[in-house]
Design a protein around this ligand. Structure first.
Ligand code: LGS
Length: 452
């Protein structure tokens, strides 16, 4: 970066996690099982059969984890609530012990000067609701609004930033179309229905917030810019389709009240005729949009199902351990596209980070303390934060950055094999050791980005 970067006053620096990935003790204190508890315990569904039974044991170590956040100087912490802890059956009976866990966590964050950003749904649907059809059941919008209202009533005075859904695209593409994520379905016909009901649920929860809450609420999407692999007409059409499928499928209905027309082409006979009034529910005034950014797609026309489009590997690029291309400029492009398409809605980058080929933890300095030198992660983070700065200079209203993730944690079907944390977790002892990237990020926060 040629000049010293200046981030807007109030720009919020934080880190993110999600309940299933860190908490462990999924059934403690009368919680109900979630679809992820069930899925991970189904043989063959996760790498090495890894489950969230222990994870980072955050359910018991939450106080230490908040102290860690404070020591790192985090200003904000994005976490999610496990719906089935609060409503073990998904609807109806409230489990006070589950609610108390989040209430104590929020109090502890506030006592340490850390602003909570609460995600209501980060993929762990109560299993009891899956038994009633899950996101395929139109009633799911009411179930979600009921659960959201319980949370608003309990925490809105203390939590001032709420997120309805995390990444509806991943929920549907992974959970209902390709089956790699819970609930593990593979159906072209189910995918658009699940997506649509997720968006109705989002709308219903925002509507309920306007009655019960007094602060801010938004939606978090994972989006990535799509660039055509060549100038050919076929690649350009494929890029449009991929862009509509991943980037516009959720933002268009939420912010413009309609779907992009390419989806009819993507889903063919599986694309339903939607009731018009659904879009009044889905399109609600949002206080912000959260964008999760990891990579881009260089898109070619091919025969992959069902998009007839896929990403081409870039021969000269660096790839992370999860196989995603490192492409910081994509984040600038994406943020600028967002503003041009949807207008001046405040944006938070609610996730960004990388699993890298970290060296093993070692006592590098001979002081009896572990250290992880992770220069590749630092390089990734620095370039992406600089890319956000570029977008801010181009006029995009970006209000904060939440690094994914605070801790190494359970990467869904990939189990514990991929480490995204700025803090190393020894899963045998649960010892936490800040990696070099954590110390680096602390410095970025302290200097409000000037040390970038
Ligand atoms: O841990 C998840 C992180 C890691 O990478 C988190 O729970 C999710 O919210 C989020 O989806 N996360 C994530 N996403 C990267 C998606 C990149 C997709 C690239 C696909 C290329 C084939």
């Amino acid at each position: 970066m040629s000049q010293v970067p200046t981030f807007p006053d109030g720009f919020l620096w934080g880190a993110a996690t999600a309940a299933h990935q860190i908490e462990g003790s999924p059934l403690a204190d009368d919680a109900g099982p979630s679809i992820w508890t069930r899925f991970a315990h189904t043989p063959g569904m996760t790498l090495n059969g890894d489950t969230g039974d222990v994870a980072c044991d955050h359910y018991r170590r939450w106080k230490d984890d908040v102290r860690l956040m404070r020591d790192l100087g985090l200003q904000a912490y994005r976490f999610s609530v496990a719906w089935a802890r609060v409503l073990p059956d998904g609807t109806g009976r409230i489990n006070q012990a589950g609610l108390d866990f989040y209430s104590r966590l929020v109090d502890e964050l506030l006592a340490n000067g850390i602003e909570p950003l609460l995600t209501l749904y980060h993929w762990d649907l109560p299993a009891a609701l899956d038994d009633r059809g899950g996101w395929l059941n139109r009633d799911s919008a009411d179930w979600f609004a009921e659960y959201a209202s319980v949370m608003y009533r309990a925490l809105d005075g203390r939590v001032k930033k709420w997120v309805t859904l995390n990444e509806p695209w991943v929920i549907t593409d992974g959970g209902y179309l390709h089956g790699a994520l819970a609930p593990g379905h593979r159906s072209l016909f189910e995918a658009p229905i699940a997506s649509h009901n997720l968006m109705r649920a989002h709308g219903a929860a925002v509507r309920a917030y306007r009655e019960a809450g007094a602060h801010e609420i938004g939606l978090v999407v994972n989006i990535e810019p799509k660039y055509p692999a060549s100038d050919s007409e076929a690649d350009r059409v494929a890029t449009r389709r991929a862009h509509a499928y991943m980037n516009e499928q959720y933002l268009h209905p939420a912010l413009l009240g309609r779907y992009p027309e390419e989806l009819e082409d993507v889903f063919g006979a599986a694309w339903p005729e939607w009731p018009k009034q659904d879009f009044e529910l889905i399109r609600q005034q949002l206080d912000f949009v959260g964008i999760n950014y990891y990579t881009r797609g260089v898109t070619e026309a091919n025969d992959s199902y069902p998009l007839k489009a896929g990403s081409v590997r870039q021969p000269l690029a660096t790839y992370t351990e999860t196989g995603w291309e490192v492409y910081p400029k994509g984040l600038t492009d994406l943020l600028v596209w967002f503003k041009q398409t949807y207008g001046d809605i405040p944006v938070y980058v609610t996730e960004n980070g990388a699993a890298m080929y970290d060296p093993p933890i070692a006592d590098v300095d001979g002081d009896g303390r572990g250290r992880v030198r992770d220069p590749l992660r630092i390089d990734y983070l620095r370039k992406h934060i600089a890319a956000i700065h570029d977008a801010i200079r181009a006029g995009v209203d970006v209000r904060g950055y939440m690094l994914w993730s605070l801790l190494d944690n359970l990467e869904w079907s990939l189990g514990y094999s991929k480490r995204f944390g700025m803090v190393h977790v020894n899963y045998a002892t649960q010892e936490r050791t800040p990696k070099d990237s954590a110390h680096w990020y602390s410095g970025v926060i302290r200097s409000h980005g000037r040390s970038l």
